[in-house]
Design a protein around this ligand. Structure first.
Ligand SMILES: *Cc1c(COP(=O)(O)O)cnc(C)c1O
Length: 339
């Protein structure tokens, strides 16, 4: 393995030594295989390539001060991949196989888990694809499940800084009764044009409104949205949002801190009365939101002091990171310790 500059990692792919794979064929999953190849050989008529039969997961492992490696809420990712599989008629990966594959992929690449001091972590990417051939539209008879890992840097290199979001009513990420609530690649393909426009205009992501009425807050690109007001953690309730495991964890931590929690439709107009806003997901934990611009209606919403995340967002962020790195006790049994 070549030397990795732990302090300057970004969120991008770096080759590691191994990945693990299992194949579903003739009604059963194969034993896990260890592979050193970064390539995947699949049939040119595979359903993932033509018809988007593809789902993925994203989770992280963290090295603690004690040298132990902790994986965060792996079973939740296993269950979510099963839901995603069912949503597009793929063969679900058994939870045991998922857990075994994630642990094996970490164990085989222990040298790539960034040291505690770097603030970096090991990103784990499980992938499930329809790999059997079909020309007519129908689900594949064969599936390939892969788990690879790659070390990633701390999301906020220059510290925990608020970002800007853009509302754009001309695009939807997911249909009201579509696939927004499962983690499939098709949702990401559908979000790329709006995402590109937002980035070109200097925004970090698109804040989507609900696609039926354009009245409620839906999702924030690849992250869930939350707001804070009156000591309450508020997050949208919608069928087209991906249930974020980070969000689920923040809900619990907010309750632990004595805050109220509301999961309900959030009207767009309510953005004006929030005290803090944030986007949450595995990559960043929390991305504090300092500004939301509604370009079409010429409105802007501002949160907190410029460049400063709100106090509750900071508290939630620190608490979750402390549990992930093993600095504070894991009272909810969220981490699996490896090695
Ligand atoms: C993965 C994902 C999230 C974040 O989920 P986590 O489990 O917190 O990482 C949010 N929104 C979308 C659309 C996603 O794909």
């Amino acid at each position: 393995m070549s030397k990795i500059d732990w302090a300057n990692l970004s969120f991008s792919y770096i080759k590691t030594d191994y990945n693990v794979r299992s194949y579903f064929k003739d009604g059963q999953w194969s034993e896990l295989e260890e592979s050193t190849s970064e390539q995947l050989t699949i049939h040119m008529a595979a359903t993932c390539v033509h018809y988007g039969q593809e789902a993925f997961e994203g989770l992280k492992a963290f090295k603690g001060k004690d040298g132990k490696v902790r994986v965060f809420r792996m079973e939740e990712n296993a269950k979510r991949l099963q839901k995603s599989a069912e949503g597009i008629l793929m063969e679900p990966v058994p939870v045991d196989l998922f857990n075994k594959a994630v642990i094996r992929a970490i164990e085989l690449n222990m040298d790539y888990v960034p040291p505690y001091e770097s603030g970096a972590s090991l990103y784990i990417r499980p992938l499930l694809i329809g790999s059997g051939p079909k020309v007519g539209v129908s689900p594949s008879d064969e599936y390939t499940f892969i788990v690879f890992v790659t070390p990633v840097g701390p999301y906020f290199k220059e510290g925990f800084k608020p970002t800007k979001l853009m509302i754009n009513r001309k695009f939807d990420r997911a249909a009201p009764q579509g696939t927004g609530n499962i983690k499939v690649g098709g949702n990401y393909a559908a979000s790329m044009v709006a995402g590109k426009i937002a980035h070109e205009k200097g925004y970090s992501a698109v804040l989507y409104l609900d696609s039926r009425e354009k009245k409620y807050i839906d999702e924030c690109g690849p992250a869930n949205f939350f707001g804070i007001k009156d000591n309450t953690y508020i997050t949208p309730l919608s069928n087209s949002i991906l249930p974020s495991i980070t969000n689920m964890s923040l809900v619990q931590l907010a309750e632990d801190m004595g805050m109220k929690v509301e999961r309900r439709p959030i009207e767009f107009a309510e953005l004006a009365s929030l005290e803090e806003a944030g986007a949450c997901g595995t990559a960043a934990v929390i991305s504090p939101v300092g500004q939301i611009d509604d370009v079409e209606e010429g409105k802007s919403f501002h949160y907190g002091e410029p460049g400063e995340p709100g106090p509750i967002s900071q508290k939630l962020y620190k608490k979750l990171r402390a549990i992930q790195y093993g600095d504070e006790p894991d009272t909810h049994n969220w981490v699996t310790v490896i090695g």
